[in-house]
Write a protein that binds this ligand. Structure first.
Ligand code: ADP
Length: 260
């Protein structure tokens, strides 16, 4: 087999993961998975070894966004899984294990168990960061995370729109209540800049990320534009950060990665 940055020292357990960071959102569709992938790639660009655990049990997007939805993690003992590799990241997702056209209709305890299994039964290599792409909201999986997973903290993704901010505030309040540090907020879809004339438009309103960051005394880690390349690269499972080189977008993700 090919030798990669990750081969060699995979042992069971989470001891060799330095920082477990949950990427959360109050509302669905605000770009949490997109942010997870690009933040992972930006951290890697900074020299970190990074993995992704897709815990969005009800809508796992990571396999498509990494461009390997048809692969499956290998196993030697039918219990432990070898994470998949893409763009130099390692990843595991319920999406690799359940057929794409099959809906996961699970009660809370089962969904929480799935998170624990993906976490504990994947042979994670030595990592500086494992980013956990959480399902949206403030339900059972978030509580499991808070009570049973040694997370360093959580990043809350929101758009600047009021209905998204209201749910982001609920998520921050919940993490505060269960003593999971909120490392910061990433405002996604902050603005759109016309590729023809350069005009900048705040489609989902302006200043919301800054407002809730100040209100809850957490950092605003980044403001990411609504941009066709972000959508295209993630739809195709390609790495925008390494393929596009230096751009305002990769700088915005780089800024967020360094602020983590
Ligand atoms: P969530 O994980 O919060 O449900 P996704 O990351 O799946 O959201 O994003 C929802 C959709 O929006 C996806 O189709 C994605 O490609 C698109 N998207 C997310 N963020 C951006 C962005 N900054 N610019 C353009 N498209 C985006």
């Amino acid at each position: 087999t090919q030798k990669t940055a990750f081969s060699g020292d995979a042992r069971r357990g989470l001891r060799q993961i330095r920082n477990l960071v949950a990427i959360a959102s109050g509302k669905g569709g605000v770009g949490k998975s997109t942010t997870t992938i690009n933040l992972a790639l930006a951290l890697q660009q900074e020299g970190a070894r990074v993995g992704i655990l897709d815990a969005d049990i009800y809508g796992p997007s990571i396999p498509i966004m990494l461009g390997n939805p048809d692969q499956q993690p290998g196993t030697e003992d039918n219990k432990h899984m070898q994470p998949l590799e893409a763009h130099g990241l390692v990843a595991n997702s319920i999406g690799y294990l359940v057929p794409a056209d099959d809906a996961a209709i699970w009660r809370g305890p089962m969904a929480s168990k799935a998170l624990q299994q993906l976490l504990n039964e994947t042979l994670w290599p030595e990592l500086d960061y494992l980013l956990i792409d959480m399902p949206p909201g403030t339900g059972d999986i978030q509580l499991t995370l808070a009570q049973q997973v040694p997370v360093s903290g959580t990043v809350v993704v929101t758009t600047p729109q009021n209905i998204a901010l209201a749910d982001a505030q609920k998520a921050i309040a919940m993490f505060n209540k269960v003593h999971v540090p909120v490392l910061g907020v990433i405002e996604n879809m902050s603005y759109h800049q016309c590729s023809q004339c350069g005009y900048k438009e705040h489609l989902f309103a302006q200043g919301g990320g800054e407002r809730i960051s100040k209100q809850h005394q957490v950092s605003l880690l980044g403001q990411i534009p609504l941009d066709i390349h972000i959508r295209e690269y993630t739809d195709l499972g390609k790495s925008l950060i390494s393929e596009q080189g230096d751009s305002p977008i990769s700088r915005a993700y780089g800024h967020a990665a360094r602020a983590l």
